[in-house]
Design a protein around this ligand. Sequence first.
Ligand code: AMP
Length: 170
Amino acid sequence: MQFENYIRDIQGFPKEGILFKDITPLLINPEARTNCLKILLNSLKDQKIDKVVGAESRGFFFGILLAQELNAGFVPVRKPKKLPFETISASYELEYGSDSLEMHTDAIKKGDRVLIHDDVLATGGTAKAVCELVEKLGGEIVQCNFLMELSFLNGKEKIKEYPIFSALVY
Ligand code: AMP
């Protein structure tokens, strides 16, 4: 069971020139999902994780699965004005557009060992903003992991001070 066979390329979504990596075939298939989850977990080599932080919205899917397996808390990072409690925010640039991200102020405690997860590492703007949010609250970033890295966009450069793991590299 190779989970890469369950990533579907969609040319021109959400706009021309973008090759979108669609993970919905992976989400549908329990065996492929398990294979993918195991690869992400193996990369952590039993390091203790207190919180898994997932980036809206496709970082939530495997983020929550990782948190469950690691017996860690799950923290959603969301687009502006979606979170109901007090928030901190960080701005970022996307492969297609720019925006900011928010996290609840009580989501991370000082010294928490944090795993950051998203589906795709593209330009690295999103991951960088999530790292900033975690560090503002005193979290220690153990790893940033991704289902896929689009290496030609060089996103690793933006978060090079942290350990990075991508299950697939394109
Ligand atoms: P970036 O901030 O440029 O690293 O972009 C990463 C975010 O945008 C992730 O949350 C991805 O879900 C999404 N994203 C960027 N490029 C793609 C792509 N080609 N296919 C699917 N999602 C993408």
